[in-house]
Design a protein around this ligand. Structure first.
Ligand SMILES: NC(=O)c1ccc[n+]([C@@H]2O[C@H](COP(=O)([O-])OP(=O)(O)OC[C@H]3O[C@@H](n4cnc5c(N)ncnc54)[C@H](OP(=O)(O)O)[C@@H]3O)[C@@H](O)[C@H]2O)c1
Length: 369
């Protein structure tokens, strides 16, 4: 009897029940039972926080110039947010600089509104982690000004505490004296309890070690480092940053995991997105066929989609991807990147194909050494 129970419930059998949002098992004739996108134990520890293995990015929310945002999109964005949270996603990345022109701060404002109006479970609502970023504007010259920036974000978000307060970029490349104000600002917002944890973005390996050591000496743990990381952005520097993160206990958050949409498979040199992205895509897409066909081949054999495979690659590299999303369809599809893993052979196949591509993503101009 015991043997039969063990055989039916062995780890191997349990692993067959991989969570996927694509299967709905009718547990009774009345109510279908939907498997979760991922199991609770697959949540990731990030400093004092526990986050979903993938978050979502909200750069597009309020950005007319690059992403064609219109206020008429807000009701769908609210559905996007609700659907993501109801499916276990609790990490949302934003920034105080997101939103163009009069819409500056719109991404934070929308996130705050969507949290307040979330119609689902209170527990899900309370576990939402907002990771916002503070811009190193040239007029933010003292730690106090960063604390002020943090309070302004809290005000737009209408929440009491930010999950992760991140420096959007380092000024080490062009204004080294300002760097200490940034670092002091992070310490001050953490000590005042305005943020639960602190992180950085666009910090290269050297600068990352420096800020980590500075914060450690001030008793502040550095919980995350956000960099451009994808099959189109997997150079030596990214790998070195990953190694440093692992050795220092910092989580790597991979931004632009879909190469701004180029790794979604829906764009071709003759089908480009509207706006300035087209200029970049025109340069890169013509050489991307080996990578895209490799993504396609693996997607077909796995019964997944191209974006799901591209995002899963980031997860398999030990990072937390934060794909940008605008529609419920995109959220639904990207959730299918969770609950399974590419094999080591597939990872190698994708990386070999990526190396064959003559052009890579342009690195962020603020990325430091
Ligand atoms: N720290 C930094 O300096 C920094 C810099 C960049 C981004 N980020 C963060 O990282 C997040 C993600 O990066 P990203 O937005 O630059 O680029 P991304 O995640 O590589 O690409 C996102 C875009 O791809 C398309 N897309 C998403 N899912 C799709 C799907 N399933 N099928 C087809 N198309 C899909 C959407 O655009 P279309 O539908 O219009 O094609 C979406 O806006 C940002 O939102 C932001 O939070 C941070």
């Amino acid at each position: 009897m015991l043997m039969a129970f063990l055989t039916c419930n062995s780890v191997a059998n349990i692993s067959c029940l991989r969570p996927s949002n694509q299967f709905t098992i009718p547990s009774s004739p009345f109510k279908p039972f939907k498997l979760p996108s991922f199991w609770p134990w697959q949540k990731v520890k990030m400093g004092p926080l526990s986050v979903s293995p993938m978050g979502f990015g909200t750069w597009a929310w309020g950005n007319q110039l690059l992403w064609g945002y219109q206020e008429s999109m807000d009701s769908e964005l609210q559905q996007v947010f609700n659907f993501a949270v109801e499916n276990g996603i609790n990490l949302f990345d934003t920034a105080d600089s997101y939103g163009t022109g009069r819409l500056n701060g719109q991404s934070e404002k929308l996130l705050g509104k969507f949290i307040r109006e979330f119609p689902g479970k209170k527990l899900e609502q309370s576990e939402i982690v907002i990771a916002t970023k503070f811009a190193a504007y040239p007029w933010r010259l003292t730690p106090g000004q960063f604390v002020k920036a943090c309070k302004a974000s809290l005000d737009r978000l209408q929440i009491e505490q930010i999950g992760i307060g991140q420096l959007h970029w380092s000024t080490a490349n062009y204004a080294p004296p300002q760097e200490l104000a940034l670092w002091g600002g992070l310490v001050a917002m953490y000590e005042k309890g305005l943020v639960q944890a602190v992180g950085v973005s666009n910090y290269g390996p050297k600068q990352l070690v420096k800020i980590h050591d500075y914060l450690k000496a001030r008793g502040v743990p550095l919980c995350s480092a956000q960099v451009q990381f994808s099959l189109l952005s997997m150079g030596e520097e990214q790998m070195e940053i990953k190694k440093i993160c692992d050795s220092l206990g910092i989580r790597l958050i991979s931004y632009s995991p879909l190469g701004l949409g180029m790794l979604s498979g829906k764009y071709t040199p003759s089908n480009l997105p509207r706006g300035p992205r087209a200029l970049l895509f025109k340069q890169i897409l013509p050489g991307l066929e080996p990578l895209l066909s490799s993504l396609r081949e693996i997607a077909e054999s796995r019964r997944k989609t191209i974006p799901q495979v591209a995002i899963n690659w980031c997860i398999c590299k030990g990072t937390i991807p934060i794909p940008g999303i605008k529609t419920v369809k995109q959220v639904e599809e990207n959730l299918g990147a969770l609950g399974w893993r590419l094999s080591s052979t597939e990872l190698l196949q994708l990386e070999d194909a990526a190396h064959e591509s003559p052009q890579r993503m342009i690195q962020n101009i603020f990325q430091t050494k």
